[in-house]
Design a protein around this ligand. Structure first.
Ligand code: PEP
Ligand code: MN
Length: 337
């Protein structure tokens, strides 16, 4: 971190800032430049230290040099992170497909959907048991009953399961049933939830918040890592922009950026990212071309009857066709499917 002193700061003022830096336990280098002095801090102080220095009257500004997401960054770990989740390798050469309906609507429809995505070539089965709905009058999910249905679907299909947890009180029960825990866009900055999930022995997929910058998203992942959970998947799912034709604007450019900044695997959710099933195939190909390690796709055997997100759900046949077309793009970018 670099502290730029005010133009004309006196030796005494510079000395006071040096003392303040040392009081936080850091060494300091004094560059007596013209027209300003500059102080270089040895180490990576946090935001609080930065603010405490910037507030000093003789300080012009403080410039961080290191990235604020320490554990999530490539500076900390050069090689990409590869781990196992429910028997599936995440972040390796193979593109991982997560598929299933938005919500677990009941036993019979979910088992039908599970069989269909298994047949279509999914690696992991998704389904929502706790649904974060915009309206309190919309279907809220079957909760533990939904988790039991998902566990039964895993028994039948052999596919590992992922579901969203919406608050810290449900972490224990969700972790008991599923192989991967999902943090939804609306909860990306629920730090109490993230701290709790940091201590759980299950991988976590964390969606990008709909109004979150890439840095905020990586800081959210940092909460999981710094609390002890190193099996973290980042999932781009579109951000809110002025555009209204699509539900969200899928930020494909976030993929190469995050892959560069971080060693963590990056997935893309083109279903929530666009809100339109017709956009899902092309955005899936684009995501793989951009370097995504996996896709999260909503699939429903009968989208017109779906209780949630039918407009963006692929029918199983379209999902199978999509898998076949992804293969070519995956090969072109040196991946397998
Ligand atoms: C979901 O995956 O079902 C979901 C609610 O997604 P998001 O948090 O991205 O809106
Ligand atoms: Mn959904």
């Amino acid at each position: 971190m670099i502290v730029v002193m005010d133009f004309g700061a006196s030796e005494e003022e510079i000395g006071e800032v040096e003392e303040r830096i040392k009081s936080f336990g850091y060494d300091v280098h004094h560059f007596n430049g013209e027209p300003r002095a500059v102080l270089g801090i040895i180490g990576s102080p946090g935001e609080d230290t930065r603010d405490a220095l910037e507030v000093m009257p003789s300080v012009e500004r403080v410039i961080p040099v290191s990235l604020p997401f320490i554990l999530a960054s490539r500076e900390f770990k050069k090689d990409k992170t590869i781990f196992e989740a429910g028997g599936v390798e995440i972040g390796g050469e193979k593109i991982v497909l997560i598929a299933g309906p938005c919500a677990v609507e009941g036993k019979e429809p979910f088992l039908r959907a599970a069989e269909a995505v298994k047949k279509g070539g999914a690696d992991i089965l998704r389904g929502g048991a706790y649904k974060p709905r915009t309206s309190p009058y919309s279907f809220q999910g079957l909760e533990e009953e939904g988790l039991k249905i998902m566990a039964e679907a895993r028994e039948i299909t052999g596919l590992p399961i992922i579901t969203e947890v919406t608050d810290q009180h449900s972490v224990e029960i969700v972790a008991r049933y599923v192989d991967i825990i999902q943090v939804g866009a609306r909860n990306m900055q629920n730090f109490t939830l993230l701290k709790e999930l940091g201590q759980v022995d299950k991988p976590v997929l964390i969606k990008r918040g709909m109004a979150a910058t890439i840095e905020e998203w990586l800081m959210a992942a940092e909460y999981l890592l710094s609390n002890g959970n190193h099996r973290v998947i980042l999932c781009e799912r579109g951000i809110r922009t002025f555009e209204t034709y699509t539900r969200n604007t899928l930020d494909i450019s976030a993929v190469p950026i995050v892959k560069d900044l971080s060693h963590l695997p990056v997935f893309v959710d083109p279903s929530h990212g666009t809100g339109k099933w017709k956009c899902v195939p092309s955005m899936s190909l684009a995501a793989v071309a951009a370097g995504a390690d996996g896709l999260l796709i909503e699939v429903h055997p009968s989208p017109k009857e779906a209780l949630c997100d039918g407009l963006q759900s692929l029918v199983p046949e379209k999902f199978s066709q999509l898998k076949a077309s992804i293969r070519g793009v995956a090969q072109a970018v040196g991946r397998i499917l």
